[in-house]
Design a protein around this ligand. Structure first.
Ligand SMILES: NC(=O)c1ccc[n+]([C@@H]2O[C@H](COP(=O)([O-])OP(=O)(O)OC[C@H]3O[C@@H](n4cnc5c(N)ncnc54)[C@H](OP(=O)(O)O)[C@@H]3O)[C@@H](O)[C@H]2O)c1
Length: 304
């Protein structure tokens, strides 16, 4: 009789303690046909009862040991330097993590012919003409976006089998992360705090579990190339906030409209952005939930 271990998919999640990473861990650890290995920068896994190895992806030899030691079929890279504003001043570290780290992962994934699934962002675009399809020409306007575009390019030139998944504005029920935008809005409005929200940043916020289901579909279909995996609805951050306030029956009068330039943030934001999901809908049967369905799931799961 053939042992079931032999037919298990071997999946390595890098960045497993991050917001997306921990939700992927929760999902893939529940599947019986998956042998899972988790890895992130911290000493221990935030999600209990999983195989875990601490690795800094900028350290080439450690990445080599991790990938060659586990010999995955799929490497899912969610690790990144994600602080958009700090990336403007901490350029060296942002580059090291987002480019050199990804080069290391791509090299050793290629070495063992693993399929690399890498998460990218709409911040590779300038936000003049969104929403963007997979074929639109990138033109990042901030250092985070430049480093993420460079990471995409390093994967393309590595020779590895890859899928690049571009997403935008993640939210969802990650238990161990810093509060995401939705949780921040809810707690601010419950505390009766006025919040200033931009009316001129347009995108399609993405519920993490939709992205997780898109990643699962890539593992099933082994489709390669670039796919957009965003939310169902394109709207301004201000309108998104009003939808959250309405759903949770909070005081929408506390939500004040402002323009991005009034925030004086170090990094320039793409304004007219967002991503078009048509390719993923057609080829992967990707079906993102509505905002209200997502908020209902968050409410139930997190007791919000
Ligand atoms: N969140 C969004 O709205 C959004 C939108 C579009 C695209 N994305 C992309 O989606 C992916 C996941 O984002 P996320 O929000 O889940 O990010 P996140 O919560 O910031 O998680 C990133 C993880 O990577 C880890 N990491 C950082 N440097 C590392 C290193 N040198 N070695 C190993 N691990 C390292 C981080 O650990 P530490 O916390 O210890 O640094 C963290 O656990 C990223 O590629 C991001 O660019 C996110």
């Amino acid at each position: 009789m053939i042992s079931t271990d032999l037919i298990k998919k071997r999946i390595l999640i890098i960045g497993s303690n991050g917001m997306l990473g921990q939700r992927l861990v929760e999902f893939f650890s529940s599947l019986t046909d998956v042998e899972l290995m988790c890895s992130s920068n911290e000493d221990a896994s935030l999600t209990p009862n999983v195989q875990y190895s601490q690795v800094d992806i900028t350290k080439k030899n450690d990445v080599k040991e991790l990938i060659l030691g586990f010999f995955p079929d799929f490497v899912i890279n969610t690790a990144a330097y994600t602080n958009v504003d700090k990336a403007e001043t901490e350029r060296e570290i942002a580059w090291k993590v987002n480019v050199v780290g990804v080069e290391n992962i791509a090299l050793y994934s290629w070495t063992i012919d693993a399929h690399l699934i890498h998460i990218s962002t709409d911040y590779i675009f300038d936000g003049k003409n969104g929403p963007y399809s997979e074929n639109d020409k990138p033109n990042p306007i901030g250092y985070y976006g430049r480093s993420k575009l460079a990471s995409e390019n390093s994967i393309r030139s590595s020779g590895v089998r890859f899928t690049i998944l571009r997403t935008n504005v993640l939210y969802g029920p990650a238990k161990y992360s810093r509060p995401d935008f939705v949780k921040w809005v809810i707690s601010s409005l419950r505390d009766k705090k006025e919040i200033r929200i931009v009316t001129d940043q347009i995108n399609n916020p993405t519920y993490i579990d939709d992205l997780v289901s898109g990643i699962q579909k890539i593992c099933e279909t082994k489709k390669e190339g670039v796919y957009n995996l965003g939310g169902q609805e394109l709207l301004s951050r201000f309108d998104f906030t009003l939808r959250i306030a309405k759903f949770f029956e909070l005081d929408a009068q506390l939500v004040r409209p402002i323009l991005t330039q009034e925030l004086n943030q170090p990094a320039t934001r793409p304004l007219n952005s967002g991503i078009i999901n048509l390719k993923a809908e057609t080829e992967l049967n990707y079906k993102p939930r509505s905002i209200e369905e997502s908020l209902a799931q968050m409410k139930a799961e997190l007791n919000l």
